[in-house]
Design a protein. Structure first.
Length: 240
């Protein structure tokens, strides 16, 4: 995928759901994976021509797991002129050593989001941009159905009462494979996911199930995504 195509996806999502307003200061959650790298680069390029002016701050929440360095992300941020902050935490130790969670994803996500939002507030940001792509939307919908018995999915834009922040998801129209293609063709080094549960999660199970279903049902992802957009799920019809 070329940069121009990535920007077209992101610009459409931003415009469709009014994700960016004049004077916003946006914290970009950067894990170092393909999606967050795509998000950071896309927003930086969008910043150059978007009619509403906004600032960016890149933030990485470190789980505190051994062997993980973020030098390449620092170098990328330096090269494109985005301030970069690493938030050091003990989340990995808490989840895998102290609590020994069998299904750690939900707790880990909550703790990482809390650390990200806290730092975003400290830096004076009013919005947090998260790197969920189109596949994530569909997978989250099915996970909510399978594991919670609810028709639900995260919203393109949501307001976080406690932190007084808005979360936005500008990659929501970008298929995962296109994120992977963009990063590969750009020659950007990503940070390997340090999570000990990587590849052995409920999300991975759902991803594999949808891949199997897609063999028998044409354009399954597009149909489900379209159904979500037309649904009454909170946030998908423009209300926050």
């Amino acid at each position: 995928m070329k940069l121009q195509k990535l920007l077209s996806y992101v610009r459409r999502a931003v415009d469709d759901y009014h994700m960016i307003e004049e004077g916003d200061k946006i914290a970009v959650g950067v894990s170092g994976g393909k999606d967050s790298i795509c998000l950071l680069i896309a927003l930086k390029h969008l910043q150059r021509f978007y009619p509403k002016h906004f600032e960016l701050e890149a933030i990485t929440v470190s789980l505190g797991l051994p062997g993980v360095v973020y030098d390449d992300i620092q170098a990328l941020c330096d090269s494109i002129g985005v301030p970069y902050t690493v938030v050091n935490t003990d989340i990995g130790q808490i989840i895998f050593e102290e609590r020994k969670e069998k299904n750690p994803c939900s707790l880990c996500a909550k703790m990482r989001k809390g650390a990200l939002n806290t730092k975003a507030e400290e830096l004076g940001c009013n919005k947090v941009a998260l790197g969920h792509n189109k596949d994530d939307v569909v997978e989250t919908f099915f996970m909510s159905l399978f594991y919670e018995g609810r028709i639900n999915c995260f919203a393109p834009v949501s307001y976080l009462d406690r932190s007084k922040l808005y979360s936005i998801r500008p990659l929501m129209y970008v298929p995962e494979w296109e994120c992977r293609s963009f990063v590969t063709k750009s020659g950007i080094d990503i940070v390997k996911n340090p999570c000990l549960a990587d590849g052995n999660t409920k999300r991975q199970e759902t991803k594999e199930l949808l891949a199997e279903l897609s063999k028998n049902y044409d354009n399954l992802q597009e149909k489900v995504f379209g159904a979500i957009k037309r649904s009454q799920i909170k946030g998908w019809n423009g209300e926050i």
